[in-house]
Design a protein around this ligand. Structure first.
Ligand SMILES: Cc1ncc(COP(=O)(O)O)c(C=O)c1O
Length: 361
């Protein structure tokens, strides 16, 4: 009989596992039905052709490994952006891509830290800590806009979310260009998870800038958070750097169903354009309604809004909304602990959200 394990299991953990502070994803509750406005998923279903493609792929061929090169998907994405297949790197969600990119391009022994805004996607510092890459947080301006000058001083690389999360604010393409020009010797990662909701993508700058890596996800504007697919765009040499990391960890990051669904999704432009149009129209309507109720709303180019009320603390609004069956996201962090991040749902969901707020403020 084996002896039952008792005591501190963390004694088996590596120093890294002991010391890291992992990212906390927004909750995916199972206790009751919520109006779920907390993880920036799309409220609309994937295009019918996507579900059909996944259905067709669910056959006996699942006994075989998927294409490790993801050839069809890369060609389809390349065509979409007017790039070559070798300028596309597919990944199992942008979180994985970001991790690979940090590993591929940032140096733990560099004299200078990598830079990202103080208020941004909370995974950025997590990867830096995991890979022991020195980092520095650049303070956003008071209005949450991103200052350019502090990103053009000596550094070990730059990571930006554009539009930024959780603010939803967007840098212009000229601003991205000036950051790229100011950092010729360093990789600049632009995470464009929300770009389809109103920003200008930097994808067109890829042929011009060998130091640019743009990351897109199918989780938001293509309604496929459950499939876990994203891609990076960059010049072939940069992409090869990420491939070296991927092929040292997991050759098959995308399974057959994900490849089939994602490839189909990149071809369903008119369906997704319509869904994005609905989401952005709802965003503008809800923004107006919140302003009428006395809320401040940060101008958003994403599928969420970042909002605060002059007298009602965000933390208590978050808890009260939760009790009423509405989940939003609250970050108890410096500078943003009086804001709520609210994903744009369907019109009916947002009406319920506004009605609940009216009861609370
Ligand atoms: C800025 C940003 N990047 C990346 C992600 C993760 O995307 P994915 O689902 O592709 O891992 C998110 C998700 O919330 C995000 O807000």
């Amino acid at each position: 009989m084996t002896e039952r394990q008792t005591g501190d299991v963390s004694k088996y953990w590596s120093p890294t596992a002991r010391s890291i502070e992992p990212y906390t994803p927004g909750e995916q509750p199972r206790d009751r039905r919520y109006i779920k406005l907390n993880t920036n998923e799309s409220p609309y279903p994937p295009a019918p052709a996507v579900l059909e493609a996944i259905g067709r792929a669910a056959d006996e061929s699942l006994r075989l490994y998927p294409d490790p090169e993801c050839e069809d998907f890369r060609t389809t994405v390349g065509r979409y952006f007017g790039l070559q297949g070798d300028q596309v790197f597919p990944g199992n969600g942008s979180d994985e891509l970001l991790a690979f990119a940090y590993f591929a391009f940032f140096d733990p022994d560099a004299a200078e830290p990598i830079l990202f805004p103080d208020i941004t996607y909370s995974f950025f510092p997590v990867y830096a800590s995991l890979f022991r890459i020195p980092f520095e947080r650049v303070p956003l301006r008071e209005d949450f806009s991103i200052p350019l000058e502090p990103f053009c001083r000596p550094n070990g690389g730059i990571v930006l979310a554009n539009p930024n999360a959780p603010t939803g604010m967007c840098l212009s393409i000229d601003a991205v260009r000036s950051i790229l020009e100011g950092n010729g010797n360093r990789v600049v990662i632009v995470d464009e998870a929300y770009i389809d909701f109103g920003g200008d993508t930097a994808a067109g700058l890829v042929p011009e800038f060998p130091n640019l890596l743009v990351i897109h996800t199918l989780s938001k504007s293509r309604s496929l958070a459950g499939l876990r697919v994203a891609y990076a765009l960059g010049q072939a040499e940069l992409i090869e750097g990420i491939n070296r990391i991927k092929n040292s960890i997991n050759s098959y990051t995308l399974d057959r169903l994900a490849l089939a669904g994602a490839t189909a999704a990149m071809k369903e432009e008119s369906y997704y354009r319509e869904m994005r149009g609905k989401i952005t129209a709802t965003r503008e309507r809800v923004t107006g309604a919140l302003v009428d109720m006395g809320f401040t709303v940060v101008p958003s180019r994403a599928n969420f809004i970042f909002t605060s009320h002059p007298t009602e603390p965000a933390g208590s609004l978050f808890s009260s909304l939760r009790e009423l069956g509405i989940l939003v996201r609250y970050f108890n962090l410096p500078r943003i602990d009086n804001h709520l991040r609210v994903t744009i749902g369907t019109d009916a969901e947002m009406d319920a959200f506004l009605a609940a707020l009216k009861r609370l403020v």
